[in-house]
Design a protein. Structure first.
Length: 276
């Protein structure tokens, strides 16, 4: 993937986001009440669709019309939408709901995928976690990549990328930790002063995990605009004297020459000598 020279954040930062998109496996998008993540999810879906990928969307929290809003015809034509919002349990018995309920929909999301790279967008993992056991969801996510096989029973194709939107405040440390252990990348949304930022944790094979923080905004056409580095931390006041952390200690951290000689001359109780 070639970095975009026109990004306001510079080609280096565009390349960092592109490298996250190039990862296969689970990419977690963690949002919060203050910083919603569906706009970022849709921006990444648009990037994948315009890059020639097949995109499957498992829609749970909003209607298909609302999710497709803002996409042009090029993107919408490449989206395969699996609707769990209208009738997740098939109560109306119209046959539109996938068999097996939400878990069955997650398991068969990519069965109709053809050859080539595939991206699956889960909107959202939180909706699934509140209705299904965490272990079942983790097993389905692990099996999702293995389901993408070539037509005719050939060898498995390129692994699937899964973009999972997670509302972190709704879940305890157990489910969050389980999903984190499966993720190839985690994008945590935050910000200060109205400026959104994304903390990116990448786990690449045979490499140490890398951390990066990028400021961004979502344009009206759902394009991702990177805006340089994170906000700078406030500098300490040069007119305020530094605080000595050893001021009020009840013991001395340093020994004088006489105290050091007295310490060295002591015989430890477990030390053997000619007198013992």
């Amino acid at each position: 993937v070639t970095p975009s020279e026109g990004a306001s954040g510079g080609p280096g930062r565009e390349w960092e986001m592109e490298s996250v998109l190039a990862l296969r496996g689970l990419v977690l998008l963690r949002d919060s009440v203050e910083w919603e993540g569906r706009s970022l999810l849709k921006a990444l879906v648009k990037k994948a669709a315009l890059g020639g990928e097949q995109v499957h969307v498992l829609g749970c929290e909003v209607s298909e019309e609302e999710f497709r809003e803002g996409f042009d015809s090029r993107v919408n034509s490449r989206l395969v939408y699996h609707d769990l919002f209208r009738d997740p349990l098939n109560w109306s018995q119209t046959g539109e709901a996938p068999p097996g309920g939400p878990l069955g929909a997650l398991q068969v999301t990519c069965k109709r995928a053809g050859p080539g790279p595939v991206t699956v967008a889960l909107d959202s993992l939180s909706w699934l976690l509140l209705r299904l056991p965490c272990a079942a969801i983790c097993q389905a996510l692990c099996a999702l990549g293995r389901q993408h096989a070539r037509p005719g029973g050939g060898p498995a194709g390129e692994p699937v990328r899964v973009l999972g939107l997670l509302h972190g405040e709704l879940h305890g440390p157990g489910p969050r930790g389980a999903l984190s252990s499966l993720a190839q990348a985690e994008v945590t949304l935050s910000g200060t002063g109205g400026q959104a930022s994304a903390h990116i944790l990448c786990r690449r094979p045979r490499q140490r995990p890398s951390h990066e923080t990028l400021c961004f905004s979502i344009l009206p056409d759902l394009s991702l605009d990177l805006q340089g580095g994170p906000p700078l931390e406030p500098h300490p006041d040069p007119h305020r004297p530094p605080v000595d952390p050893t001021t009020h200690l009840t013991f001395n951290l340093h020994l004088s020459k006489r105290e050091r000689e007295a310490k060295d001359s002591l015989t430890l109780p477990f030390q053997f000598s000619s007198e013992k």
